[in-house]
Design a protein around this ligand. Sequence first.
Ligand code: FE
Length: 352
Amino acid sequence: MSYKSVLVCAGLMSLAIASCNDQSQKTAEPGSAVPSGVVNVYSARHYDVDDALFESFTEQTGIKVNLVEGESDELLERIKTEGEASPADVFITVDAGRLWRAEQAGIFQPVSSAVLDETVPPSLRHPDGLWYGLTKRARVLIYNVDAVDPGELSTYEALAEPVWNGRVCVRSSSNIYNQSLLGSLVETIGLEETEAWAQGLVNNFARDPEGGDVDQIKAVAAGQCDVAIANHYYWARLAKSDEPESQDVVSKTAVFFPNQDDRGVHVNISGFGMVAGADNEENAIAFLEFLVSPEAQEVFANSNNEYPVAEGTPIEPIVAELGEFKMDEVNVTAYGRNNPEVVKLVDRVGWK
Ligand code: FE
């Protein structure tokens, strides 16, 4: 029994001792449909397919999933504010930088699970089991097929060279995706080199940063810039769309995986962790292990055109067509750890 449920039960002792005998934490045998409690999931990821998936988990385990959806920072604040009274057992969010923030806020507790450790590659999880990757996304280069020969592209670093002057689009440095990319660079090439790179990149901007990743891709298609940095799934989403405008953008652009001859492309994750003081620990672990099962991996990865963390999961044809790639295996915890330095660095180089 968790510390928190001991407190709750102590408070209720005179009323209902019998209900505090820990039954709610027992996990049913796989395949049995006997209800055996709940798992309370706070999730910053929301797709329609999630509901059907969670029903499948309930059918298999008897554990009911109570889902609270919201924006990541909002949910994190809510868990912090609720404190020990928080019903949250599991927190799911997007970007290792945000998982790190949650970790720093003390909302995660370590999970010990052979299933999670075997399924999630070491670079995509916290070394102490505080959080794990659920899906992964590559931060790729999107180029204009008329203006750029893919042979001219190589690495993130090369985008700071003078040949790219006035040709690069990327969103604001206040965005966590860029901060995490920079955090990974600080880890691999060091702070000084990362700053020199960022300065060169800013010097090469075609325009002041505006909009999100999709807006950068559209700007490349429109010829406002020749190359952009964006998450791969935004391009895949456009490629899957029937909208003539999206098809037009896709026909004028292509995806390039940088750094394939050295450390690999920067990847980030959506991920999850068990909330400290969770009342339903065993149910939470069963749920987390379900999240990396083939069934759940396929749904989570493909609903957003991402890559699964579990090997052997079938991926969306449009994503598969982008081809195999080498990923940078720097541990995702570096993105958050280096974030305070990154925030100062982007300010120094004038990346708005
Ligand atoms: Fe995104």
